[in-house]
Design a protein around this ligand. Sequence first.
Ligand code: PLP
Length: 398
Amino acid sequence: MDKWQELEAKYFMRTVKRLRVTLVRGRGCRVWDASGREYLDFVGGWAVNSLGHCHPVLTRAIRDQAGKLIQASNQYYTVPQVELAELLVKNSCLERVFFCNSGAEANEGATKLARRYGKLHLKGAYEIITTHSSFHGRTLAMVAATGQHKFQDPYIPLPDGFVNVEYNSIEAIKSAVSDKTCAVMLEPIQGEGGVNVPADDYLKKVRALCDEKGILLILDEVQTGLGRIGSLFGYQQYGVEPDIMTLAKGLGSGVPIGALMAKERAAVFQPGEHGSTFGGNPLACAAAVAVVKYIIENDIPGKVMKLGEYFTAGLLQMKQEFPFITQVRGRGLLLAIEFSTDIGEQITDACLERRLLVNRVKPNALRFIPPLIVTKSEIDEGLGILREVFKKWQVERK
Ligand code: PLP
């Protein structure tokens, strides 16, 4: 343990089991620890550092805005938030925006908006259908929305109004819809739940059902949005348009910011019905403007699609070589491999020893969510380290 880790053990609440690395610096897809060791980062702050660490475009935007105006009450107009709203609206199918500070807060906003819509247009319907293995955040309501017992059980009783059903099953949603339902909330690909990719026509079927019943489709694109799966927004690959969409993670490439977006007809909040002190602050919005412009102007989504295919091919090759890899899944740079047994922790530790950061998304699965600016040679380097780790693992098991 270094001195920082000792102090952490003394002062912190025990909410996270950390890996024994104290990071002090980052650049691109690399980070360095307190003793100067370099790591290749395929975690990217949990799918956050879209432009990698300390991209000059981002640091310049932060520095410039920090010298002008950092925070102002939302009772006043500020320029970066209007610029960001215009950028997001013009490049998506949504028409109105509300800014906040995280994914959970964006989803809370989506929930409130859907309930408001239910009161106004659906005779008070308030229930939201969500799915098993989803992840929508850590606030109490989002824990209720999140279909995973390990996040829910410690906090029961949970807020009412969420029905968790099987993912990738239109029948499950159909049988859960009632006159109390105001919306269905889904991730286009489940991230934290293990990188679960639904059937290609799943979202289309859900969209059609929502239209038939007159209820809203909320897409949680906190993880899939901003280029992560090879399109600016995930929904663009599935031939559907959501009524409400939430963003966070990659939007600020490390600067905390979230967004709740909606079609005009669903944007029913009236003044005073929702708000956030820090939401839409000029500093975070200026950072996000720089990030979103960079992503669009440099066709990052198109590059991600190709890099994702390249990375996937490398992982599939390894699946051939190592029988304990049972599945490779994901899209773009949201990828995972699954093992036949719960070896995720040992593999993550072995990668760390060889200076590769990967995420154990389930006891038997690793997730790869590198910065979107990762290069082919960095992917090769990462695959090379994984191969060494798997080879050693195979030998030791024999
Ligand atoms: N929604 C999805 C799909 C996520 O992946 C996450 C975080 O992993 C969240 C919501 C919660 O975001 P935050 O941790 O910023 O509150």
